[in-house]
Design a protein around this ligand. Sequence first.
Ligand SMILES: Nc1ncnc2c1ncn2[C@@H]1O[C@H](COP(=O)(O)OP(=O)(O)OP(=O)(O)O)[C@@H](O)[C@H]1O
Ligand SMILES: [Mg+2]
Length: 303
Amino acid sequence: LQIVGVGLPTWDYIVEAPFIPGPDSSIGVRLAARTGGGRVATALVTVCRLGHDASLIGQVSDDDIGRAITDELRTEGVSVDFLDNGTGQDGPKSFIIVLPRGERTILYHGGKLSSLRFSVQATHLIEKANALMLEQGYHALQPARVAADAAVPIICDIAYLDDEVFALAQLGAILIAGESVLNGSICRTAVQVVDTLVREGARAAIVTLGERGAVGRDGSGIHHVAAYSEDIVDTTGAGDVYRGAFTVGLLEGMEFQNAMNFAAIVAGLKCRAHGRSGIPGRDEVALRMYEGDSPVTEGQNNS
Ligand SMILES: Nc1ncnc2c1ncn2[C@@H]1O[C@H](COP(=O)(O)OP(=O)(O)OP(=O)(O)O)[C@@H](O)[C@H]1O
Ligand SMILES: [Mg+2]
């Protein structure tokens, strides 16, 4: 399978801290990782760990950090032929505080790179892909229209409901949100969010709920899938890994709910280590599933 993504990779500084310090204080932390991050970028790293091909359309800064991001992606097997490093030097960076139970707090510097331009070759790449992965707020609609016209499945990460999200829903995208989608939303519950998105035209929708698993809706109804957890060290990027694994599961032909189970195992395993280092390979996931460790399903099919 070949999965193409459009996303803005970041450079992450992940520190372990005993608590989040208050104003005008100072605490010692442990620098646990300096690593590439980013929503679609980390999803595509997951796709490659699971044995498929991925290509990232996006931008990096023209400096050592941009080169480090690119090198890491290349080492993971993600194609960087469409990563543009000619748009400036102020790339996005995240400063991430991880607490002892793995909860992450992100301080995000968006940076200031000039706008991404889609080449004709990038458009062709999308048309030939098995799926297109997008992140809300970063050039999502234009490639989504290309994918929709070519009947390429679209999977998009969303953080809040806005006009862009409803336009993506109308194109038949699969929309996956974190629980923060409820902040300031007219929807009170995750089930209301997925219902709303599917009513607006989304092929399916999922809200992930951290250690409480995820809720999804597709044509066959609502699905509740529990999280898979053992040793939780760092949950940074769990949502990104979940979306990459879900996409792989779906494209490999798993039923919707089985793809949610698969994604929960992969994302749960990711949490055992900092940054991307916990993302499992294929054999390890297969072993967990064989051992019957698949998450408990709490309810289904009440559409
Ligand atoms: N503490 C945890 N224990 C077990 N599984 C977890 C935990 N946190 C996240 N996961 C798994 O990862 C999935 C996505 O996590 P979550 O809902 O926290 O996304 P997010 O916080 O939006 O992600 P990100 O950190 O990438 O922005 C969950 O549905 C679950 O399967
Ligand atoms: Mg989380």
